[in-house]
Design a protein around this ligand. Structure first.
Ligand code: FES
Length: 250
């Protein structure tokens, strides 16, 4: 496909509202190319992945080449190269979660969403992508909630202290069209809905959304170290006042 025909295809996929959102994003940065990361999330909010048309859309709006956009889109794991399900289920299998049961949870979901004979593989979808109840499964590296291991995210919202049974009940509910409440943070939406938020566009009830997102999220486990230190009177050693090294000017 030529660049001109790719851009014509992009115009078929992305409507006027998406173009308006793209211009809004660009206006937030001194240089248009700086808007590439949120722009890729905007693309995913429409298509559920970064397609070739999505790459052309970003390139056209940001005055970049397709190769420059592709280089970024293929570097980060949050940009999907295949259409995602209605929900993205990420199971942490990094060291701590793995030891606490994350590996077993991932294997359980692989066969539960696939079958014993054909377990669902990393980034595969149970159901038809974009259709209600479809689920893309992935294993993820540390999801930054080790104190609440093992953890799962659905569309990047946290479900803490998981077990195989809880994980199965969670995906069953998602497949049945339910939206179970995450342990903390914003209410569950869909992968595309989460992508719109990651692009920087929030639900109509912005006040409620901020209250949910900014509300207390630390658990007893999160504060245990600080509590032990306080109980025992431990403090961090004083830092020496060492001047910062000179940085060579470029
Ligand atoms: S190892 Fe799973 S959240 Fe850190």
């Amino acid at each position: 496909m030529t660049q001109a025909s790719e851009q014509a295809a992009a115009d078929d996929v992305f409507d006027a509202d998406t173009y308006a959102k793209a211009q809004d994003l660009i206006s937030r940065y001194p240089q248009s190319r700086s808007a590439l990361l949120p722009m890729l999330h905007l693309v995913q909010s429409v298509q559920g992945y970064v397609s070739q048309e999505g790459i052309a859309f970003c390139a056209k709006n940001l005055d970049l080449s397709d190769a420059e956009v592709s280089a970024v889109a293929t570097f980060y794991t949050m940009y999907k190269r295949r259409p995602c399900g209605e929900h993205l289920v990420s199971v942490c299998t990094n060291t701590l979660c793995a030891a606490m049961g994350g590996d077993a949870i991932y294997e359980k979901l692989q066969t539960h969403l696939g079958s014993e004979e054909k377990p669902l593989e990393h980034n595969e979808t149970a159901g038809t992508p974009n259709e209600p109840g479809s689920i893309t499964l992935e294993h993820a590296e540390c999801l930054a909630a080790c104190d609440l291991a093992p953890v799962i995210q659905v569309n990047y919202e946290y479900f803490d202290n998981q077990t195989e049974e809880k994980a199965v009940a969670l995906v069953d509910a998602l497949q049945a069209g339910k939206k179970p409440a995450p342990t903390r943070g914003a209410p569950l939406t869909s992968f595309k809905g989460a992508e719109l938020q990651l692009a920087g566009f929030f639900p109509e009830d912005a006040q409620q959304y901020r209250t949910d997102v900014d509300g207390p999220s630390q658990a007893v486990e999160t504060l245990r170290g600080a509590q032990v230190a306080q109980d025992r009177g431990w403090t961090a050693p004083a830092m020496k006042d060492v001047p910062l090294p000179e940085v060579e000017k470029k």
